[in-house]
Design a binder for this molecule. Structure first.
Ligand SMILES: NC(=O)c1ccc[n+]([C@@H]2O[C@H](COP(=O)([O-])OP(=O)(O)OC[C@H]3O[C@@H](n4cnc5c(N)ncnc54)[C@H](O)[C@@H]3O)[C@@H](O)[C@H]2O)c1
Length: 455
């Protein structure tokens, strides 16, 4: 049961919650009671009766009226509090560029602290009214409910299936993604076998994986080798032979249609996409890709593993690029088109990060690695030959000994202990790429139309 002031603000609080979620820490009713914010905790069916009795007790002076709104005993001195708010403002400005709600929350808290709780509540109601109708608010509320809806998958989560226990997982390929996925699993106490080889020992390695996988009888294999259709097909066929019949066969592919990956197996019902995002042990999204043949049990099992390792599993359909890269690829292509039309790449990245996206498209390519950029472009160009812009730039960068963050040299220079810096020595390579594409002045519209990207 809440104190009167808390109670009257409850509706407001529910929506406000969407705003403050990234910034604050939820507490349980019991913790609220210990902190003196809540008078009592009662079962929901007794709430009304207990509230009435409590109100009567206050009126009859049998109980004190504790108004949490006016409590200041947990606050430090005013200068201390003002300094804390100032630091919080700077942190919010850095982490949540262009999002108004964090500063607004701090404005409200500051008002309450300086002028008293009642003024804080009045300010909250004014600020709330202003913010609730903004596009940012609508977007955040949508994201909040979508995230919750993502765990409800028709014919999977509502047919009485129980998730099976996934105790051991094999990760094949220990590069950027494989090592991140393995870290995520290990951090959640899931036993991991990580297999890695170089190309020279490819065949020998596959045999060794087979042996290990069979020996340890894992519940799921997540393949995270380079984005190569034939290699993935071979690994899936080998895993099918090596693993038990219940083992889930998952791929971390960014783009390749899972029906193609599983083409050489007879286990289509347990083939599924487990698409993590880089860095895999940090990014919350887990895109789970189901084909028409993936069984409900396998989908549910992977959703459960996703939750255990503290990801947000979102089940999507199967096609080239799935949901995320299908949307993301044109964004990245547009950046390359702009570059070839003469726009400065560092300006593009700066504008995007000013907008609030942590990394611009070029710096993101540096971080993801050029191998995956080249491979995904190839996969998209096979599926959509008339809609893919084959930028010659990334192959040129590779030819010039650059591989992004991986070897410290990409569009930016990466040195230990310092922030990435734009690298001016990349500009002649960009010029060479522009000459290869040879867009004439005024040819921009022609190029875009030719690409059929903008009709
Ligand atoms: N880089 C990203 O941001 C990103 C994001 C999401 C998904 N992915 C996908 O994840 C997969 C791996 O990408 P990555 O960026 O980690 O690549 P990577 O090049 O960093 O790592 C791939 C690793 O696989 C190893 N390998 C190659 N053949 C193997 C085999 N037969 N057996 C075992 N290991 C083998 C390689 O030695 C290498 O270390 C790709 O399918 C990619 O599309 C990448």
């Amino acid at each position: 049961m809440s104190s009167c002031n808390m109670f009257t603000n409850w509706h407001c609080f529910t929506l406000w919650w969407c705003y403050v979620l990234q910034f604050s820490k939820p507490i349980t009713s019991e913790e609220g009671k210990d902190l003196g914010l809540v008078d009592a905790v009662v079962p929901s069916d007794e709430l009304l009766k207990a509230s009435r009795q409590w109100a009567l007790d206050i009126i009859e002076r049998r109980k004190p009226w504790i108004r949490s709104l006016h409590r200041i005993d947990k606050l430090g001195s005013l200068p201390e509090v003002v300094a804390i708010i100032k630091t919080a403002r700077q942190q919010a400005k850095q982490s949540f560029k262009n999002l108004p709600q964090h500063q607004a929350c701090l404005d409200v808290i500051e008002e309450g602290i300086i002028h008293g709780g009642y003024h804080g509540i009045l300010k909250e109601s004014r600020v709330f009214k202003d913010l609730i109708s903004t596009d940012t608010s609508k977007g955040l509320v949508h994201a909040f409910f979508s995230q919750r809806a993502a765990s409800k998958v028709p014919n999977v989560s509502d047919i009485g299936l129980k998730p099976r226990k996934i105790m051991k997982v094999a990760v094949i390929g220990g590069g950027l993604m494989g090592s991140g996925i393995a870290t995520s699993l290990i951090l959640s106490d899931i036993y991991v076998i990580l297999k890695e080889i170089n190309s020279k020992y490819l065949l020998k390695g596959i045999k060794a994986i087979e042996g290990n996988v069979r020996g340890l009888d894992v519940d799921m294999v997540i393949e995270a080798v380079v984005e190569n259709i034939h290699l993935k097909q071979k690994i899936f066929a080998d895993n099918e032979k090596a693993c038990s019949r219940h083992c889930i066969l998952a791929s971390n592919t960014s783009t390749i249609d899972l029906n193609i990956i599983g083409e050489k197996t007879k286990s289509q019902d347990r083939i599924i996409g487990a698409h993590f995002f880089s860095p895999a042990h940090v990014m919350p999204l887990l895109e789970i890709v189901r084909t028409e043949k993936t069984s409900a049990q396998v989908i549910l099992d992977l959703m459960t593993v996703g939750k255990i390792i503290k990801k947000v599993p979102v089940v999507v359909g199967n096609c080239t690029g799935f949901a995320v890269n299908r949307a993301f690829f044109p964004y990245s292509q547009s950046a390359h088109l702009l570059l070839h039309l003469g726009v400065d790449i560092f300006r593009i990245d700066q504008l995007i990060s000013n907008f609030g996206i942590p990394l611009g498209p070029f710096q993101l390519q540096d971080v993801a690695g050029y191998g995956v950029v080249v491979a995904t472009t190839e996969i998209f160009s096979i599926s959509f030959p008339d809609r893919t812009f084959q930028s010659p730039l990334v192959p040129l960068l590779l030819k010039n000994g650059r591989n992004g963050k991986n070897n410290g040299k990409g569009y930016y220079i990466y040195e230990k202990g310092s922030k990435p810096k734009p690298d001016p020595s990349v500009l002649p390579i960009i010029e060479e790429s522009r000459r290869t594409i040879n867009i004439m002045p005024g040819g921009s519209l022609y190029l875009l139309r030719t690409m059929k990207l903008f009709r």
